[in-house]
Design a protein around this ligand. Structure first.
Ligand code: TYM
Length: 328
């Protein structure tokens, strides 16, 4: 049985990019693997957060995990800051990382672009992410394609420590969906769909109602050619919509192109609204019940306890290898 680990930041507006790129895999993987799913609140404070909103979003993401089908009887679900090992291991890994490799991370470059000085937490974000993964001896990490570079860094750090201090960490593998699984912004298909983009119509959040879904899709950017054809280079907007259609309906790109041969964008978009709404409706319905139940806190406390037990074992091994503390 493989150990699977992944996390989502509680920054609100969890969207269909997060779902199709990562969250949906969480459910598929839980039946045959030992899965640990985390709400990574310490990653969220790499940018300013309102404390009350942060806690609300943390519980929202936990409820969303369950609403999409994560089963706490099968998978461990917990909040990152409830397990001290994440911060502890992050420091140890910081001391094995280099400013050069962290400066090359595209996410850091994007987020610090044009600024003379950037928050240190933003810079070391990928080290904390590596700690999350390595703390649990994870074999598989389901994430969206935008996280490839971070997974590569995590592997590099693990290999570096193993080479220097002896076998300490399991080397994890990323689990990415096919290249097209990156969902782009609906108003600008050159940027990825994001939780923080100013225009709410640029994304479809998992809890959006049908009228918001309709508005976002009907207003989405396409092109003037007027044919439903998958061609990322020349038709990025339409290709993104085909991708979303395919991911929700299970139809292949070819089947979609065939079905809409000769049709205009209006008709295609109308159907996409329906396909998307039908897929998200059950999630929205389950979410409220779970979010308002006392059960949620109990699940997160149980999860933190289980995660902590694994984390303590790894930290004892790490401290031993590095000669930290007074030993046994
Ligand atoms: P976050 O919360 O920004 O994103 C959560 C997941 O959604 C994926 N994703 C996308 N996939 C497809 N299209 C998009 N437009 C899109 N936007 C986001 C992300 O790849 C991610 O899988 N750094 C992580 C959080 C994290 C983590 C970890 C993940 C912290 N520690 C350890 C795995 C293991 C992140 O990007 O979260």
């Amino acid at each position: 049985m493989k150990r699977v680990f992944s996390g989502v930041q509680p920054t609100g507006n969890i969207h269909i990019g997060n779902y199709l790129g990562a969250l949906r895999q969480f459910v598929e993987l839980q039946n045959e693997n030992d899965c640990i799913y985390c709400i990574v609140d310490m990653h969220s404070i790499t940018v300013p957060q309102d404390p009350r909103e942060l806690r609300k979003h943390t519980l929202d993401v936990a409820a969303l995990y369950m609403a999409i089908g994560v089963d706490p009887k099968k998978a461990t679900v917990f909040v990152q800051s409830d397990v001290p090992g994440h911060a502890e291991l992050s420091w140890v890994l910081t001391c094995s990382s280099y400013t050069g490799e962290l400066s090359r991370m595209t996410q850091f470059k994007d987020k610090s672009k044009g600024k003379e000085s950037a928050p240190t937490g933003l810079f070391s974000y990928p080290v904390l992410m590596a700690a999350d993964i390595l703390l649990y001896d994870s074999n598989v990490v389901p994430v969206g394609n935008d996280q490839k570079q971070h997974i590569e860094l995590c592997r590099d750090l693990a290999i570096r420590v193993n080479n220097k201090y002896g076998e300490t960490f399991v080397i994890p593998e990323g689990r990415f969906l096919k290249e097209g699984a990156r969902i782009m912004a609906l108003d600008d298909p050159a940027s990825k769909m994001s939780k923080s983009a100013e225009n709410p119509l640029s994304r479809i959040s998992l809890l959006d109602d049908e009228s918001k879904i309709k508005k976002s899709i009907m207003k989405s950017t396409t092109d003037s050619e007027g044919t439903i054809r998958f061609d990322i280079a020349n038709k990025p907007g339409v290709s993104n919509l085909i991708n979303i259609y395919s991911s929700f309906s299970g139809m292949s790109v070819e089947e979609i192109e065939k079905k809409y041969d000769g049709c205009g964008y209006g008709e295609f978009k109308k159907d996409l609204v329906q396909v998307t709404s039908e897929s998200l409706k059950p999630i929205r319905e389950r979410f409220e019940d779970i979010r308002n139940s006392d059960e949620l806190i109990r699940i997160l406390k149980d999860g933190a306890e289980k995660a902590n037990a694994i984390s303590e074992k790894t930290m004892a091994r790490v401290k031993d290898r590095f000669g930290l503390g007074i030993g046994k």
